[in-house]
Design a protein around this ligand. Structure first.
Ligand SMILES: [Zn+2]
Ligand SMILES: [Zn+2]
Ligand SMILES: [Zn+2]
Length: 105
């Protein structure tokens, strides 16, 4: 674990999607999510570690895509699974409209 993330160059998603329907794996599998996380390498939308299926972490384990960003309203932080640090990544534009969590409503 280092003090800085060395994976910023892996980021392909520079603009957040305007809206998403929810965790794409939960929607396919019929499960529910708590909070939504966007993969900054490929744009996959997964769910947080408080969600039963932890699809964002599973996406990292399956693909090696190490950087996610929260797309919860008002949250701007990103997380690197490899370096295990949270950070604000500059240069990512936009705001994503998300539906309410099916588990928290
Ligand atoms: Zn990193
Ligand atoms: Zn999910
Ligand atoms: Zn990805």
């Amino acid at each position: 674990m280092s003090a800085e993330c060395s994976h910023i160059g892996e980021i392909q998603v520079k603009r957040l999607p305007e809206s998403v329907d929810g965790c794409e794996d939960c929607l396919r599998e019929g499960t529910g999510w708590v909070h939504l996380r966007l993969c900054l390498v490929c744009g996959h939308v997964g769910c947080c570690d408080n969600s039963p299926e932890r699809h964002a972490t599973r996406h990292f384990e399956e693909t090696g895509h190490q950087l996610i960003r929260s797309i919860e309203p008002g949250e701007e932080w990103s997380w690197c699974y490899v370096d295990e640090i949270a950070m604000i990544v500059d240069g990512i534009e936009g705001q994503t409209r998300i539906p309410p969590s099916p588990l928290l409503s």
